[in-house]
Design a protein around this ligand. Structure first.
Ligand code: ZN
Length: 127
């Protein structure tokens, strides 16, 4: 079990849980230097404005890390939409008002809400 540290976050003004993830469990492309990275279990949508004061990483990066780690999936709102990356109609985790994370192919996409003629709103991902 990964060790979880409780740290006071000056950005959120409360204690958050920070852990270090190992290299992602996917083999294949090594797209992360050394693999280990900080993951905040208490990431929230407000964190995407600016950088995370604890790790110095852009807030959205912290959101992607948490989504990819699956350590606290309940943290995200989800919606069903077609993922532009894999083409599946799938569950997307909402990182913030600009980005969603596909739980199938683990791609981060921009998204928007379209309002149709009959006032129905549908979420679409953008390339
Ligand atoms: Zn996808």
């Amino acid at each position: 079990m990964t060790k979880v540290h409780t740290v006071f976050c000056p950005g959120c003004a409360h204690k958050v849980r920070l852990t270090v993830s190992e290299a992602p469990p996917h083999d294949g492309q090594a797209n992360l230097p050394d693999g280990a990275e900080f993951v905040c279990l208490d990431f929230g949508e407000a964190c995407t404005e600016g950088a995370c004061p604890l790790t110095g990483s852009p807030g959205i990066v912290m959101g992607v890390r948490l989504a990819r780690s699956h350590l606290n999936d309940g943290r995200f709102k989800t919606m069903t939409a077609t993922c532009q990356a894999c083409g599946n109609v799938t569950e997307l985790e909402v990182l913030d008002s600009d980005y969603v994370f596909c739980t199938v192919c683990e791609t981060t996409s921009r998204w928007t809400l379209l309002t149709l003629d009959d006032e129905t709103r549908i979420a679409v991902t953008l390339g």
